[in-house]
Write a protein that binds this ligand. Structure first.
Ligand SMILES: [Fe+2]
Ligand SMILES: [Fe+2]
Length: 331
């Protein structure tokens, strides 16, 4: 074993008689240790360790290593230097080198590797977490941009999609949906009319009433929007697809595009269906005046179990006027 096997390694030796401890010190120093602190008994070990900051503690035959560990790491946090009984390195009375020194090196290297591994695990975990957050943030941002694009093709004010999403999310929360689902609805619902991007201006922006065949073209916006959002590989896009496809379904099954009835209509679409109609009613459109909040709420109630899910209408009703017109504010 070469003379610098313990180069840079500070050692604390505890226990033993003076002679045995001094002999060990000279062997450790000869192996390159820059500092060998001798501590006669347990009661001083914590103070010495705090001052000398050893990388390893060697306990001699008369000292219980578990008792030393208990002093150095009272809360069992796997903190502090390793405590190695000298008897694990060499037989009683034998010199430390070369075999004992080799074992001591292994203990120290193992310890250093474990610490490095712990650091690497923490780095990988934090990177994985931030990558996850980034992906989620990118998805939400992309959806918000798509929603904004859809607003250019709508006869509603730009805030319409955001107000609908906020009201649908509040209703969902009131129905006891968990926070995660409420957030998904809030991010996905602004895309309910995304498919209008593909409807020709001549129909979408036509003043006055639509001919029946023109109305059939407008109705395709549900399927077209869902097609844009399909196979997105994320929960929020999946919810957005359901909303885009089914927000014009009616509880009794006479809506479009699939004629779904009752609970076969995805709940997220039933929620947006109510919020969408309410918001359109209370705001002015080229073809109609703005309704009062109470008149619009009455219209929603009267659609329970025919156009709308009665449970969604009940939750909407329970929210009350303050919440219906709270706009895009959360809560
Ligand atoms: Fe729509
Ligand atoms: Fe809408």
């Amino acid at each position: 074993m070469d003379d610098d096997a313990l180069a840079g390694t500070r050692v604390l030796v505890i226990g033993g008689n003076r002679e045995a401890a001094e002999s060990l010190r000279s062997q450790l120093t000869a192996a390159g240790s820059p500092s060998v602190d001798l501590v006669p008994s347990l009661e001083f070990v914590a103070a010495h360790a705090a001052a000398a900051q050893p990388q390893v503690v060697l306990s001699l035959a008369d000292t219980d290593p578990a008792a030393v560990r208990a002093r150095l790491d009272p809360f069992g946090l796997d903190a502090g230097p390793p405590v190695v009984p000298l008897s694990e390195l060499v037989a009683d009375g034998e010199p430390l080198r070369p075999a004992g020194l080799g074992r001591l090196r292994l203990v120290l290297e193992h310890r250093a590797m474990r610490a490095r591994l712990g650091e690497l695990e923490a780095i990988v975990a934090s990177q994985a977490l931030s990558a996850l957050r980034d992906t989620e943030a990118i998805r939400v941002d992309t959806l918000a941009r798509l929603a904004r694009a859809a607003e250019y093709r709508d006869d509603n004010s730009p805030e319409h999609t955001q107000r609908v999403a906020a009201l649908a999310a509040r209703t969902a929360h009131h129905m006891g949906q968990e926070d995660r689902m409420v957030r998904l609805i809030r991010h996905a619902a602004p895309l309910h009319d995304l498919g209008k991007i593909a409807i020709p201006d001549s129909i979408l922006l036509k003043p006055g009433r639509l001919e029946p065949e023109e109305y059939e073209v407008v109705k395709t916006h549900a399927v077209l929007g869902a097609r844009v959002l399909a196979d997105g590989g994320s929960e929020v896009l999946g919810v957005a697809e359901q909303i885009a496809r089914s927000h014009h379904e009616r509880w009794e099954g006479d809506g479009y595009p699939d004629g779904l009835a009752g609970e076969r209509i995805p709940l997220v679409a039933r929620l947006v269906g109510v919020a969408d109609v309410f918001d359109v009613l209370v705001h002015e459109r080229p073809y109609k005046e703005a309704w009062t909040v109470e008149d619009a709420a009455r219209e929603i109630r009267s659609g329970a179990a025919t156009q709308f899910d009665p449970a969604v209408v009940a939750a909407f009703d329970a929210l009350g006027a303050g919440s219906w017109i709270a706009g895009i504010a959360p809560g």
